[in-house]
Design a protein around this ligand. Structure first.
Ligand code: HMG
Length: 302
């Protein structure tokens, strides 16, 4: 199959990345990170989540961050909304897209959002209806699409089931998420193909954590089945608070480098992206978790 010639990356660093930080990250830093990402050419940024501040205190400043960003035409700003309460708070902050998030694993669903997969769909139903009625795009995330920290390997049929349930609710796009980064290329392809039974190729994206160093290989394997949209995280920020040991998403810098090297366009300026990654890494007091960024930064300094 011919590989896609253009790829869209959604930077989830401000949300997926920073939700797991032990140290408090000021809203002003998050706002500046969003600014730097859009200046680097990102056209979709997952800014924050409207979840319980008792569960994820790192996102308690959601409304402040959404109010502070300088919106740029052509950029889509998305937020996570697990239930109607979250949606009602989110909608006041004018997101372009909301994300409902379910899991292909029952145990993870309970740990992450305190309900079963079936109950999560009932929680999402009014959220999806309200968002679509308001003209807000609706994306769904399917966590643990390959493996679960509590249940082990997850069969593609479980992904297919959740994709079907999301489709029935009216969710417009699904992200197939390897939450704990255990996936390998063929397994990831099978999970994506399961979602593709209910969504077309323009409505499915990949979301790969790099815990086992497989994320770039999994991205390439996804391109081979025609997937052209991916969630990535600047400086490889992140991890899920309910998936112990899970590291961040694949670094946006690493994916951009690979894609540009293959002649696939992203619209992203790698130098400016690296600066954004360096900015947030400095704020967190560490080096970016991006091999490309560390290599190119060393070259810059030499
Ligand atoms: C989903 C809930 C809220 C259910 O939590 P719950 O306890 O079942 O909810 P509840 O309806 O029984 O309400 C209990 C309390 O929470 C409050 N509450 C209820 N809803 C909200 C809300 N939206 N915003 C703010 N507060 C809320 C509610 O007001 C009440 O407050 P109290 O009366 O006790 O003071 C909770 O389990 C939660 O917040 N979980 C956090 C989930 C999360 O953020 N996980 C990380 C993101 S998912 C992820 O990272 C994976 C992904 C997407 O990246 C893909 C991948 O890699 O897998």
């Amino acid at each position: 199959m011919q590989l896609p010639q253009h790829v869209k990356l959604v930077d989830v660093g401000p949300r997926d990345g920073l939700q797991n930080e032990k140290q408090a990250v000021p809203a002003a830093v998050k706002i500046e990170l969003v600014q730097r990402l859009q200046d680097a050419g990102l056209t979709e940024i997952e800014v924050t989540s409207f979840v319980s501040p008792k569960w994820v205190p790192q996102m308690a400043d959601n409304a402040e961050v959404m109010a502070g960003i300088q919106r740029k035409p052509g950029v889509r700003y998305s937020v996570l909304t697990p239930n109607l309460q979250g949606y009602e708070a989110a909608v006041k902050t004018r997101p372009d897209e909301i994300v409902v998030f379910a899991a292909a694993s029952e145990a993870f669903s309970q740990k992450n959002i305190n309900c079963s997969i079936a109950q999560s769909m009932e929680r999402f139903r009014p959220v999806v209806q309200a968002a679509l009625a308001a003209g807000i795009a609706v994306r769904g995330a399917i966590s643990c699409a390959v493996g679960c920290p509590y249940e082990g390997e997850i069969a593609p049929e479980r992904v297919e089931l959740v994709a079907r349930l999301m489709r029935e609710l009216g969710v417009q796009h699904v992200g197939v998420a390897d939450t704990i980064g255990v996936g390998t290329p063929r397994k990831v392809q099978r999970a994506l193909e399961a979602a593709l039974k209910h969504y077309d190729i323009n409505q499915v994206s990949g979301h790969f954590h790099d815990t086992y160093g497989q994320a770039l290989a999994n991205t390439l394997a996804s391109l081979e089945v025609g997937i052209w949209q991916f969630d990535t995280s600047v400086a490889g920020l992140g991890g899920c608070p309910y998936a112990k040991g899970a590291t961040g998403n694949v670094a946006t810098e690493d994916v951009v480098y690979m894609l540009h090297g293959m002649g696939i366009s992203t619209g992203i300026d790698l130098d400016r992206l690296m600066d954004a990654g360096q900015f947030i890494s400095d704020a967190l007091g560490r080096k970016p978790h991006s091999r490309v960024s560390n290599a190119l930064m060393a070259k810059r300094l030499s």
